[in-house]
Design a protein around this ligand. Structure first.
Ligand SMILES: [Zn+2]
Ligand SMILES: [Zn+2]
Length: 818
């Protein structure tokens, strides 16, 4: 056993162990080990933004604690790591950086530039995960933009196509005019905004008019009917009558639709293709025509007549002016309205019709619910987020995107007859935009010319097969060894995307649920309780935190910040408290190591334990059980608080103080009793290090290596076995006795403090009135420790009730004579 130095440099210690852990491969999953049970984590591959923000610290600390705990529980843990590379923000940045447009270059050259940028960002983020000490098995690293991952994504497309889950169709989709791509329901966010509700007059043939109310007059050229609620008596007589659509030469018929709210505006609405999802329903129900007056760039089309080419906002103004001129504009009122926005760029979305690829997801809703109820959720109520979301979906998942930097759809079309040519499983990875299909002629018409599908796949289509990919699909025959994943960790904000898409994709592909449990983390807020954002001045960079206090202090903030699943603010005081605890732990360990220099832990013959030794050993056993239970339930804040309080206040403040005298004076107490204290110090500190190991892996490893590794022959604390709760050390009687003894010592110290006396002031005589005989006997067992710690020349324990200072809550009284 080495003696720990007084000082320590956390940055050096952390870096050292990160290097050693990586070099010795302690976190590698062992495929050859058939003995240990496996535990597989479906690590979400993060999007390489170039910044490992504090929100990611929270997520990754959560699953790293699980990985480390499970490893110590004897599991062969699979903790993989990948990167979810594709996406629009990369395209936009590349365009900006190189001052080009994505269409200026062939797709493969544009891709190269995107890949360069992504690789740079991955390097930055990888360094941060290393600095935080995450026990990732880096031999598993993958990037969704690499051909090997394309192969898996494209293969999954082919399989789903052949199973009938994928279809191409013309169906209205959510469209972001800024990103110029279709987006899924999961990528739409809502915001309440002020809007102007315009009353517009639609002329009837005989000169009269009907007034409708709309917030989007620019859609008037796309009006396909004017509708009222069938129960609305006010307008009954107009049903079936034709009205003239302002700004156009068209007329439409007045129809009834029970989706119309008679209380909104005038009770008459225009149905356009498309103002919102309700319009889509009405068009389908009534078999109405579709007039697309807005295009993919958010500009008015030829169908909008004289407004063609205008931006929608421009067209709105022009149409309002024209309505005014023609005296067709009634009143305008302000209302609050919910607007649908693109989640990436917050531009209001349009609903457009365009041929797209879809995956049938709604037919799986029943299965999603059934499986979500079977899965273990941390915290439990989160399962309803998934179920409610699945049930709320009205459309299938649109999986095609009109972008460049994404996985290509492995499809061509026959130029002559338009037959769909699907890639064979053996062809992938393949980019149809560059390569031809590997067939001589069209199977239908014998034509030899093909055109590629230029659309690409939604990035969620890449990342929603990770449970299978992590397990080794499709290459490892025994991939079911790690599938379904033992745990899928996810942020509360992406249950509707990540957790949901994983579920439907694996159900469709394999008819199996992808994960057995789901660990949900909340969001990280600024210290002011608002969303953390650079523009709000409450932003904290993880680099700053790490440089100041290191990983182990930062991880304590993540573990202890709040209950699992709840949003937690970033608080510097939490990190600082974590840092002070590390100093306390180090100082205590250093002191213990000096007290143990003549102690050989190998001669573990049970020494003659004293009441205080039994007391803390018993409490340590209880703590071990409590902390294990907390880790099992993913209650990380409980695990941390319990261990930290015990280490700091019970072990350091109470026990260590109370046995010092015994350790310093074996000539008074006897060698056996000294050995008992040494055994207890060594055992309890060892337990504390193990319980803390999942949370503060670096400093605990450093202390373990200095003090215990030689004796135990262990390679790493993180490969040591979680302390077995040994019931034989749990001793109610010893705890009661120890509590009383500790309370007496604390009371004497309090008295010295009140009298402004140094703690080592000699007491001539200490009289303890136990109040009853049995209590007196218990206290007498610790009489020597009391005398030594309180510096009392003589201690007398009497069974009778007495007067003096009360020792709460034991109903004991004491009198000191100096
Ligand atoms: Zn957008
Ligand atoms: Zn053909």
């Amino acid at each position: 056993m080495k003696k720990l130095p007084k000082e320590f440099n956390i940055q050096e210690i952390e870096k050292k162990w990160q290097r050693v852990w990586e070099e010795t491969g302690v976190y590698h999953f062992d495929w050859n080990d058939q003995k240990r049970p496996t535990f597989s984590i479906d690590t979400p591959p993060p999007y390489p933004s170039g910044e490992f923000h504090v929100g990611l610290i929270l997520n990754w600390t959560y699953f790293d604690m699980v990985a480390r705990y499970k490893r110590m529980r004897g599991y062969n843990v699979h903790f993989p790591q990948g990167w979810d590379c594709h996406g629009l923000p990369v395209e936009v940045e590349v365009e900006k950086k190189h001052k080009i447009k994505k269409t200026d270059l062939p797709p493969d050259q544009f891709r190269k530039l995107c890949e360069e940028l992504v690789n740079k960002y991955i390097a930055i983020m990888k360094e941060a995960t290393t600095r935080l000490g995450y026990s990732i098995d880096w031999t598993t690293e993958y990037k969704t933009m690499n051909p090997d991952y394309w192969r898996r994504t494209q293969l999954s497309f082919i399989l789903l196509y052949n199973k009938g889950f994928i279809y191409r169709g013309t169906h209205p989709v959510n469209w972001c005019p800024r990103c110029e791509t279709a987006i899924a329901d999961a990528e739409v966010v809502y915001q309440t905004r002020n809007a102007q509700l315009h009353h517009v007059k639609f002329k009837l043939a005989k000169g009269d008019h009907l007034e409708i109310a709309t917030t989007r007059p620019e859609l008037i050229p796309a009006c396909v009917t004017v509708a009222i609620n069938p129960t609305d008596e006010r307008y009954k007589q107009y049903v079936g009558i034709k009205v003239h659509v302002p700004t156009t030469s068209r007329t439409v018929e007045v129809t009834t639709d029970d989706l119309v709210d008679p209380k909104f505006g005038t009770g008459i609405v225009m149905i356009c293709t498309y103002g919102d999802k309700a319009d889509v329903k009405s068009v389908v129900k009534q078999g109405l025509p579709v007039i697309m007056c807005i295009n993919e760039k958010g500009k008015m089309t030829k169908k909008a007549g004289k407004y063609a080419g205008m931006e929608t906002e421009e067209a709105k103004k022009a149409i309002i002016e024209d309505l005014k001129k023609e005296r067709l504009l009634g009143k305008t009122e302000s209302i609050e309205q919910e607007v649908s926005l693109c989640w990436r760029c917050h531009t209001p979305i349009e609903i457009l019709e365009r041929e797209q690829w879809f995956m049938k997801t709604r037919i799986l809703t029943g299965q999603v619910e059934k499986n979500a109820l079977e899965i273990k959720w941390y915290p439990d109520f989160m399962k309803y987020r998934l179920i409610d979301w699945a049930k709320s979906l009205e459309w299938d998942w649109v999986i095609s995107r009109q972008r460049v930097f994404a996985t290509p759809i492995p499809i061509w079309y026959c130029k002559k007859c338009n037959e769909v040519i699907l890639a064979e499983p053996g062809w992938v990875p393949i980019d149809p935009r560059i390569e031809k299909p590997r067939i001589d002629k069209c199977p239908k018409c014998d034509s030899k010319e093909f055109k590629p599908e230029r659309d690409v796949l939604d990035t969620w289509f890449d990342s929603s097969i990770t449970c299978a990919v992590h397990a080794g699909w499709p290459d490892r025959k025994n991939w079911h060894r790690l599938f379904p994943a033992s745990m899928h960790p996810s942020g509360v904000d992406i249950i509707r995307t990540w957790a949901y898409y994983l579920m439907v994709r694996h159900l469709a592909l394999f008819n199996e649920k992808p994960y057995k449990s789901c660990l949900i983390n909340g969001m990280v807020l600024g210290s002011d309780g608002r969303e953390m954002h650079k523009s709000l001045g409450n932003y904290v960079a993880s680099q700053e935190v790490l440089s100041k206090y290191g990983a182990d202090a930062t991880r304590q903030w993540a573990a202890g910040g709040g209950a699992t699943g709840s949003d937690i603010p970033f608080r510097w005081p939490d990190v600082e408290y974590g840092w002070r605890f590390l100093i306390k732990l180090w100082n205590a360990s250093s002191f213990v190591s000096s007290l143990l220099k003549d102690y050989a832990p190998s001669e573990k013959a049970e020494p003659s334990l004293q009441p205080l030794d039994q007391w803390i050993l018993s409490k340590a056993e209880r703590l071990t059980e409590k902390v294990a239970d907390a880790f099992e339930k993913c209650q990380f804040n409980t695990a941390l608080e319990e261990t930290r309080n015990f280490a700091w206040h019970v072990f350091c403040d109470c026990y260590m103080e109370a046995v010092k005298d015994r350790l310093y004076k074996p000539e008074v107490y006897g060698k056996e009793r000294k050995k008992a204290a040494q055994f207890t110090l060594s055992t309890v500190l060892h337990t504390i290090l193990q319980l803390l190991a999942p949370i503060t892996p670096h400093l605990t490893e450093e202390i373990f290596q200095m003090m215990y590794a030689d004796e135990e022959g262990g390679k790493s604390l993180h490969l040591s076995h979680w302390p077995k709760a040994d019931r034989k050390h749990v001793d109610e009687e010893a705890e009661k006795t120890g509590d009383m003894i500790m309370a007496i010592i604390a009371e004497v110290r309090r008295e010295k403090a009140e009298k402004h006396l140094p703690l080592n002031t000699q007491i001539r005589k200490l009289t303890i009135y136990a109040g009853e005989k049995s209590k007196a006997e218990m206290i007498r067992k610790g009489q020597q420790d009391i005398a030594g710690t309180c510096k009392a020349a003589s201690v007398e324990v009497l069974p009778e009730k007495g007067v003096g200072r009360e020792v709460q809550p034991h109903n004991i009284f004491l009198v000191t004579g100096y």
